[in-house]
Structures are given as C-alpha cells and as structure tokens.
Ligand binder design. Structure first.
Ligand SMILES: *Cc1c(COP(=O)(O)O)cnc(C)c1O
Length: 430
C-alpha cells in the first residue's frame, strides 16, 4: 500500500533520518485515533463498520484491483483477514528495519514462506533452492509443492559458482525458473550464500527465459540487526518472526518484505488462503520490536564469549561460529560483505563421542534449555540430526556436513559466565 505522508509516518526530523530503533516506538500509529493511548490498543475485532454502502463498495473495488475514479488510494479497514490496525502498525515498522517498501505478516514463518513461493511458482514452474534450508522449508519444497506440480532443483549453499551454475542449467531444462530461494547463513551449519551471485543469476535468467525470478532470502538467523539482504541483492525477505524478532519464545509469526510490486501478489494470496496474522500477536510483535536491537546485540556478544570457550574445550571438536571463518576464505569475504562484524548467536558445534557424547552433555545442562527453536531471550540447545533435521535424507545430511555429535545452540541474553559454567560442568559428564 502506498504510504501517505501523514505525521505518524514521518521518518525524518528535518533533514535527519530517524533510526529504526527510534521509529519502533511510534511509526505507523496515530494516538489521536485511539483516545490518545500511547500504545496501540489491540483491535480484537473480526470486521469493521463502513460509514456508507458506497464506502464499503469502494473499499472492495480498491482491494480487488478494480478502483474507479474518486476511490481512495488504499482500501480502508474491512475485515481482519485482509487488514487490521495492529497488522498495519507492525508491517509499517518492519519496513523501517529492512528499508523495504512493504511488509506482509503471516500466521507463522512457514505461512510466509509457503505463501510467497505459491505467489510466484505455479504448476510446471521450477524453484531453484540452496540447501540446507530450514527443515520445514526443505519439506515444503521437496515433498509438498511437487503435489501441486511445482518442481525444484538445489545447490549446496557453499558450493563453487560453477556447480551452482550447473544446477541452474538443469533447472532451466525442467521449466521456467520462477524463484531463487535461499537462506543465509544456513541453519544449522552456518554456511554462507553469496547474494550478489544470486542477483547475477536472476538477471541472467531474466535475459534467457524472459522472466526474471525474484531472489528470496530467509533472513531469520541474522536479521534484522545483523544483515540487510535487500541491500545485498535480494528482492524479497522472508522471516520467522517467532525467532529473534518476537524474541521471547512466546509467539509464532512470520513476514515477507520487498517492493510494492513483489508484495502485491503475496498480499493478495494471503487474503485468499488466510495465512494472515491475528491482532494480538501483532501487538506482541510491536512490543518486541522496541527491544530487538538491544536483545540481538546482547545475544551476539554472549555468543562470541560462549563460542570462544567451546572452541578451547577438549571435548568440543569443531565450532561452526561465523566469527571463526578463516580470514581470506570465500565464506569470510561473502559473510563480511553481507553482515559486517555481526556473527549472530545461533551456531552448531561437534561434541566428542558422537551422538552418545552429545546426548550426555545435553542431559547434564541445567541453565541451558533443551528445546528446538532459536532467537529467544533464553539459551536453547538441540541435536538437529534427531530433531529439526531428522526428516532430511541421511545422504543429504552427510553431504551438508552433519556429524553424529553436532548440536545447535541459540545463545540468549543471560549472564554469559553462567552459560559458560553450565557448558563446562555438562561437558565434564561425557
Ligand atoms: C523457525 C524457522 C522457520 C519457520 O518459522 P515458523 O515461525 O516456525 O513457521 C523458517 N526459517 C527459519 C530459518 C527458521 O529458523
């Protein structure tokens, strides 16, 4: 939706552009419309009253793409599957963090990912994906979308350019490539996908097949503080807001962001299939967004300390932390270009003694919680091989560098010395 330049959508103080951290407190919300309430109330309503029959008709014309002369630029509030004030506030604020034209929020990260892919790829089309992706996304692309005639080809995230280009050639033989879908850094192995190369491939596909596919990037693991994919070559960002953005392990939500042109079919499909987000969760997200920078920076700093401790520990074989990428390596160059000095707080490491060693440590931890998910205030740890990635083909797991003793940790904002003490005592139980 185009944004009229209303006072509550002002993004600058005179010539000074305001930071996302400042705008997170107020952007997109007009207190005067809600009795002066400093915070947006929760608009717990399914539908909205029209002021006249004509107004209702005009809103439906605008939303349906049949606007007539004199109709408003954007549809007013109609029905909460289509729009709602809490949805609009959080969508506006997310755009500020990613410098995107528009955002659409969804009932989950998977709701966002499936809606975006379905908006661009139809029966007979091909998705070119990097691998590994989040387990649910792998299942969606490899096992669900084929039931609807959508095909896919993959390349390993850290593969050399020639190998990626070979996958692209194979993909083109199978149909029109309608989307390039990636996730960087990869979860849980922290490999890096070069977004500039993805953009180049999309441009070349545009020339060769007459359709330029969008480059779609799952930015859940480093964003929105550590990495801004739209400035690195991506066209669309998808998120599990359940993770760092929600940040307190108490909600499930997702988002897609990009240009208005790209968000138009996504928003339309969301309204049609009902992958929208409820007002209460939007309100919680707006609250979370006020502290997302503080939380993520604190977690990143804690993660560095814990990673350094683990790296020196005799019972730990390999720590796949982004801060340990070899200087001068391809991954280091790409990672620095895309994320600067931000190394995130989710990484995996290999425990000595394989799965038996890993389980012994996991069962002994007392502060660190044994659970899937990531990006919460509390530190979570899991064994991907038997949980989040148990459904991934064992051959593929091997190709991706999974080991029996690999565990994934998401460092939170506790006192890092307590976390280190907990790992120290748990590792001594192996
Ligand atoms: C959790 C996660 C998802 C899925 O999000 P949900 O909110 O659980 O649906 C997608 N991508 C990544 C990288 C994730 O970590």
């Amino acid at each position: 939706m185009s944004k009229p330049d209303t006072p509550y959508r002002k993004r600058a103080l005179g010539n000074r552009p305001l930071s996302p951290e400042t705008l997170a407190m107020s952007y997109g919300y007009d207190a005067k419309l809600s009795e002066g309430s400093i915070k947006p109330p929760i608009f717990q309503t399914s539908t909205f009253v029209f002021s006249s029959a004509e107004e209702g008709a005009s809103f439906f014309r605008v939303m349906g793409g049949r606007a007539e002369e004199g109709d408003p630029a954007t549809p007013g509030l109609m029905y909460s599957r289509f729009n709602n004030p809490n949805v609009e506030v959080i969508e506006d604020r997310l755009t500020v963090f990613e410098d995107a034209d528009e955002a659409c929020v969804f009932s989950s990260g998977m709701g966002a990912i499936s809606t975006v892919l379905m908006a661009f790829a139809n029966a007979g089309d091909v998705i070119l994906q990097s691998t590994p992706l989040y387990g649910g996304t792998e299942t969606l692309i490899r096992n669900v979308l084929p039931n609807y005639g959508v095909k896919s080809h993959d390349f390993v995230a850290g593969a050399p350019e020639a190998e990626i280009r070979q996958s692209l050639e194979n993909a083109m033989k199978d149909g029109t490539v309608k989307a390039i879908y990636t996730e960087t850094p990869t979860n849980p192995t922290n490999e890096v996908v070069d977004l500039e190369l993805m953009k180049t491939l999309a441009d070349e596909l545009g020339e060769r097949q007459g359709y330029r596919p969008p480059v779609i990037v799952d930015n859940t693991v480093l964003g929105p503080i550590g990495q801004k994919p739209l400035s690195c070559g991506a066209d669309i960002i998808v998120y599990s807001l359940t993770k760092y953005v929600g940040g307190h392990s108490d909600l499930i939500a997702g988002a897609a962001l990009g240009s208005s042109e790209y968000m138009k079919p996504v928003r339309k499909l969301r309204s049609a299939i009902g992958t929208n987000l409820d007002a209460n969760t939007c309100w919680m997200l707006a609250r979370s967004l006020e502290t997302v920078t503080l939380r993520m920076k604190a977690a990143f700093e804690n993660a560095r300390k814990v990673a350094e401790f683990l790296n020196d520990h005799p019972k730990v074989e390999r720590v796949r932390y982004l801060g340990f990428l070899e200087e001068g390596s391809r991954d280091h160059k790409v990672h620095t270009r895309q994320a600067g000095d931000y190394h995130g707080s989710t990484f995996s490491f290999d425990v000595a003694g394989g799965q038996k060693g890993a389980f012994a440590m996991l069962n002994a931890l007392q502060v660190v919680k044994l659970a899937v998910s990531l990006g919460g205030t509390e530190t979570l740890i899991c064994h991907p091989g038997s949980t989040t990635h148990a459904g991934v083909d064992p051959e593929l797991r091997k190709r991706l560098g999974f080991t029996e003793g690999m565990v994934r940790v998401s460092i939170g904002i506790e006192d890092p010395e307590d976390l280190i003490a907990d790992f120290d005592q748990a590792l001594s139980k192996i």
